[in-house]
Design a protein around this ligand. Structure first.
Ligand code: SF4
Length: 682
């Protein structure tokens, strides 16, 4: 059966992978015991991270582990690339216990069963990568017969069984952690580079564990591509249930998310989407920063769900008029295992094949000076009296009742509340936003673009008829529900059920949130919908503030967050993308410094993806998605990649960034950076 056929049959058999898609309901799992911090079932969703210090540096590892525990980590993972490091886990663990820290330790294993078998006797949990536990990567495509494939599975069993037996004997937990970038040649040959391949990669090992009555297992399906990662976790849940395997707890993570705002937003889009689905029992956020900065991000993502059920109002799972017949809250009219954008017709530059649009909220800001538009990427040049914009130039501003006091640049349009729009002399270059009541009682309209604010409870039969008949409409979809993502998802389900192809703009507003939480929550709410294929625009409303300067500062970060969410959900590329690993004890160069240097030289290359990986063992596979790669292969030695192919095997670190740029130039992708508009206008 082909991959497409397999996915189609899954859909035909129902889309169930979560308890509910329309209210928060955490997936029930078995309990997994990891030292004295159990995971899954009704236990809290756990926070974890990974050290970056050389595992042979006992005191350094102990001190970093303590900093991580103090920052919120409930499990700490440490790499064990060989038996030497595995042995030293014992010293690290003992010293931690002497200092009063009982945090469970997790040995991270790639390629080395002997290190895993030793570590499983010493620490509370072992993580294996099913892509490389029993296989070396040869980048071969092999045409297996059924018998040939079975021989391979028998070979895996022989290699893996000793570890399973040790884990059973010592009460050690195990994570079978698939990475999109390091699938075995066997899996790639049979299933391709797909979410289904990722799932099967773990199941090959899981079936062996269940045959041996070993169940102390956690599963993960990480990828740098958030769409692939979400699809793989969902498919895993479905396949576990279908095969009658136990509902194992899930470890959530986006690999190589990067650093700073981009890394946080990308993590939230991937991890947050699954938490909204009720999936996930432990979270690791991977940032190219010191590991103690990761736990607070994971904690902020998790804490949002602690009392979610009590705060949410119920969202209807069934609508009598719906052709969906959604009698179950897990029914879905979309394929949750493969990305498809909802079909919409084009209205102006919304919907159809247009990228999702960014609307900046200026409802509290009077647009009176040219500089007022700088925070949203539009810059006025007095000489020669013209406007220019950067890659994060917003497409529209929403000014409510407060029309801009001058003519806006060509690349920026204005949306006004309908009554204010009706009073404008220039009604062509400005567009009205109607409430439902205004839309139904007023006859004035723009000729080709009108916005209608709508929420789920508005969608009765007469409104559905009006929306369908009006080809100038763009819907602005809102909700007051605390559980906003499923509430809006339910609304989009209804649009599909009613055959409405009108584009929809996602709106969110958050009051009294720290900036860091705003980024994570908006990325979760909007990112989850974008990954489901919903959203033709995004409007992040500013919190209520009185000072214009404060509002302008906020509008800059909100605009950047909006573009960041679209990029992280892979729906609109406006920046260079850095797929940089978080570093670990295997790292062969200063990842943070190198990432900053590469970013400085290349951040004008919009849409180009650059992988920056600390080591050769794991790196090239992990950056499967990148256009170019920079990978540590030895002390001060770097390999440079074009896609998956190495083009320079061993370049000295001093020249490696220049050589990388040379490769980009050879491909004709390079152009010289213009002076930063912001720097010019400061
Ligand atoms: S790619 Fe980075 S995080 Fe992954 S094993 Fe290598 S150095 Fe460690």
């Amino acid at each position: 059966m082909s991959t497409t056929q397999t996915i189609n049959s899954l859909i035909e058999n129902g889309n169930r992978y979560a308890n509910s898609l329309t209210e928060y309901s955490r997936r029930k799992t078995i309990t997994v015991n990891v030292g004295d911090v159990p995971m899954g079932s009704d236990y809290p969703i756990r926070v974890q991270s990974m050290t970056t210090i050389d595992t042979l540096d006992t005191l350094g590892s102990v001190e970093q582990t303590i900093r991580m525990v103090e920052s919120g980590c409930e499990y700490v993972r440490i790499t064990a690339p060989s038996v030497k490091e595995a042995q030293n886990l014992d010293n690290i663990r003992k010293e931690l216990r002497v200092r009063g820290y009982s945090v469970p330790l997790v040995a991270d294993i790639h390629f080395t069963p002997n290190a895993a078998e030793l570590a499983a006797r010493l620490v509370e949990k072992v993580r294996i990568n099913p892509g490389n536990y029993a296989d070396k990567k040869r980048f071969e495509t092999i045409d297996y017969t059924e018998i040939g494939y079975q021989v391979e599975l028998d070979r895996i069993r022989d290699k893996f069984l000793p570890l399973v037996n040790i884990c059973k004997e010592y009460g050690t937990a195990m994570r079978i952690g698939t990475n999109h970038g390091s699938l075995s040649d066997r899996i790639l040959s049979r299933y391709g580079d797909t979410p289904l391949g990722m799932v099967e990669s773990a199941l090959e090992f899981l079936r062996i564990c269940e045959d041996e009555n070993y169940f102390n297992i956690v599963l993960s399906m990480k990828a740098s591509n958030t769409q692939v990662m979400v699809e793989a976790y969902r498919l895993l849940c479905k396949k576990l249930a279908e095969e009658g395997l136990k509902p194992y707890p899930l470890h959530l993570g986006v690999t190589e998310a990067g650093e700073g705002e981009d890394g946080r937003i990308k993590s939230a889009v991937g991890i947050g989407t699954l938490l909204e689905d009720g999936l996930g029992d432990t979270v690791r956020v991977s940032l190219t920063e010191d590991p103690e900065f990761e736990a607070p991000v994971a904690k902020a993502l998790i804490d949002r769900y602690t009392h979610r059920k009590e705060k949410s109002t119920t969202i209807s799972a069934y609508t009598p008029n719906s052709t969906l017949q959604t009698q179950h809250s897990f029914d879905s009219p979309i394929n949750p295992f493969q990305y498809f954008r909802r079909h919409t017709h084009e209205v102006a530059n919304f919907g159809g094949h247009n990228v999702p649009r960014v609307i900046a909220d200026f409802s509290q800001i009077e647009v009176s000076a040219h500089d007022d538009l700088k925070p949203i990427g539009h810059f006025y040049l007095p000489l020669p009296d013209k406007w220019t914009m950067n890659d994060l130039g917003a497409d529209y501003i929403y000014t409510a009742n407060n029309p801009a006091k001058y003519m806006l640049p060509m690349g920026l349009k204005e949306i006004l509340d309908a009554p204010a729009w009706d009073k404008q002399t220039d009604k062509v270059n400005k567009f009205p936003l109607f409430t439902l009541e205004q839309y139904q009682t007023q006859s004035y309209r723009h000729d080709f673009l009108n916005f209608l604010s709508i929420n789920l409870s508005n969608l009765d039969t007469s409104v559905i008829g009006q929306i369908k008949a009006d080809k100038t409409l763009v819907l602005v979809v809102e909700t007051d529900n605390e559980h906003a993502m499923p509430a809006l998802r339910r609304l989009f389900f209804e649009l599909i059920a009613q055959n409405i192809s009108t584009p929809g703009v996602l709106v969110r507003k958050y009051e009294n949130l720290p900036e860091s939480d705003f980024q994570l929550f908006s990325a979760t709410d909007c990112g989850g919908l974008l990954i489901d294929g919903f959203g033709d625009g995004i409007l992040l409303k500013l919190p209520d503030l009185s000072e214009k300067a404060e509002l302008l500062t906020k509008s800059k970060s909100y605009n950047s967050t909006a573009f960041g969410i679209l990029q992280a959900a892979r729906t609109r590329m406006s920046k260079t993308e850095y797929i940089s690993c978080p570093s670990c004890g295997r790292t062969l160069f200063d990842l943070q410094e190198t990432t900053a240097l590469i970013r400085k030289r290349t951040e004008h290359l919009k849409g180009v993806k650059i992988g920056i990986m600390g080591c050769i063992v794991n790196g090239p596979g992990e950056m499967a998605d990148a256009d170019y790669g920079y990978v540590g292969v030895g002390k001060d030695k770097i390999a440079l990649y074009r896609g998956q192919n190495v083009v320079k095997k061993s370049v000295h670190a001093d020249n490696a960034v220049d050589e990388l740029i040379g490769i980009i130039k050879e491909d004709g992708v390079w152009f010289e950076p213009a002076a930063s508009l912001e720097a010019v206008f400061e």
